[in-house]
Design a binder for this molecule. Structure first.
Ligand code: ATP
Length: 306
């Protein structure tokens, strides 16, 4: 029996490794959206996180010299606070998160964390200090439990469950016939965009990084999913220095500061109430989105009540 078992076991091992390699390749393709020339300086030091306070100082950036994307952007995220970035599509919001993760270097100006220029620290130390919840999470072809545990390999089942509960995805997982052992990904259960994002939030809760970048999904979500994700985000960003790239204005109401990015510059900044009082671009965006939500709710009422 052992003679059969050993090779079978080996095939299982190779299969798992191969499957892992394939999903890692997917991850790698996602990461290709970065500049291959970013390398550590010979004397790069590990980032020392104290606050952490993030500062963008007069940052300009272009992917293509013909087309500037950011033009002299400055802002500070004080320790433990949340800054939300809003603005029209293509304004450069996600570019700000890519620069903070140092997928690209700024063209001029500088970005610092606790006074250290990102170009002077090791990429490894920078990325381990930042938790990124991307717009589109690629899940590993493995169990949903593994996908959460990946945030901190070796975390106990209890810790994984606690993170899933905080991310508002725990009850959903518990309704699945195989619970945390459910296979997800390409060949497993297909999760919706909102479910995948909550798995990514659970993973980040487990990683517990001092800095957070949340790139909100653009896709439309129903009101309940949106509310669930909102409370998951509130949980993960509590007491962490956070940058939220927001596509839905409902997410930003409680941010300490909101930046409105337009044509590569910060066109307006302030709290939700301050920006509404300014009656500018933010107020316009807010009113437009509120009208759309009201229309959607009215439509849902007529459908439920024929
Ligand atoms: P959205 O709200 O639609 O997500 P955004 O404000 O996040 O938009 P970015 O993704 O930062 O916008 O993109 C800003 C501009 O930079 C866009 O015009 C985009 O086409 C361009 N851009 C983004 N990534 C690259 C790249 N890798 N190479 C060249 N141009 C790029």
């Amino acid at each position: 029996l052992l003679q059969i078992y050993r090779p079978l076991n080996m095939i299982g091992f190779v299969y798992r490794e191969l499957r892992q390699a394939l999903t890692d390749i997917e991850e790698m393709f996602k990461l290709l959206d970065r500049d291959p020339e970013i390398v550590d300086k010979p004397d790069a030091k590990p980032l020392q996180v104290t606050g952490p306070v993030i500062r963008f100082e007069n940052v300009s950036f272009h992917y293509d010299p013909e087309r500037p994307i950011l033009k002299g952007v400055s802002f500070e995220v004080p320790a433990g606070e949340t800054v939300a970035i809003v603005g029209p599509t293509g304004a450069g919001k996600s570019t700000i998160s890519r620069l903070l993760f140092r997928f690209y270097d700024v063209t001029s100006g500088r970005i610092t964390i606790d006074g250290q220029d990102l170009r002077d620290v090791t990429q490894e130390s920078l990325r381990s200090a930042i938790g990124m919840v991307p717009q589109d999470t690629v899940l590993f072809n493995d169990t949903i439990g593994y996908n959460i545990e990946y945030g901190r390999p070796g975390a106990s089942h209890e810790e994984v469950r606690a993170a899933a509960r905080m991310a508002q995805v725990g009850p959903f997982i518990e309704t699945l016939p195989h619970g945390y052992e459910t296979q997800v990904g390409e060949r497993g259960l297909k999760l919706s965009g909102g479910e995948k994002q909550r798995v990514a939030i659970a993973r980040t809760i487990l990683k517990a990084p001092p800095i957070l970048i949340l790139d909100e999904a653009t896709s439309a979500l129903d009101t309940k999913t949106e509310r669930d994700i909102q409370s998951a985000l509130d949980e993960v960003s509590r007491n962490r220095t956070s940058v939220v790239i927001a596509h839905r204005l409902s997410t930003v109401v409680n941010a300490d500061q909101i930046l409105v990015l337009r044509d590569g510059v910060v066109a307006e900044r302030g709290s939700h109430a301050e920006l509404l009082a300014q009656d500018g671009l933010y107020a316009q965006m807010w009113n437009r989105q509120r009208e759309a939500t009201e229309a959607e709710e009215a439509l849902a009422r007529t459908q439920n009540d024929p």
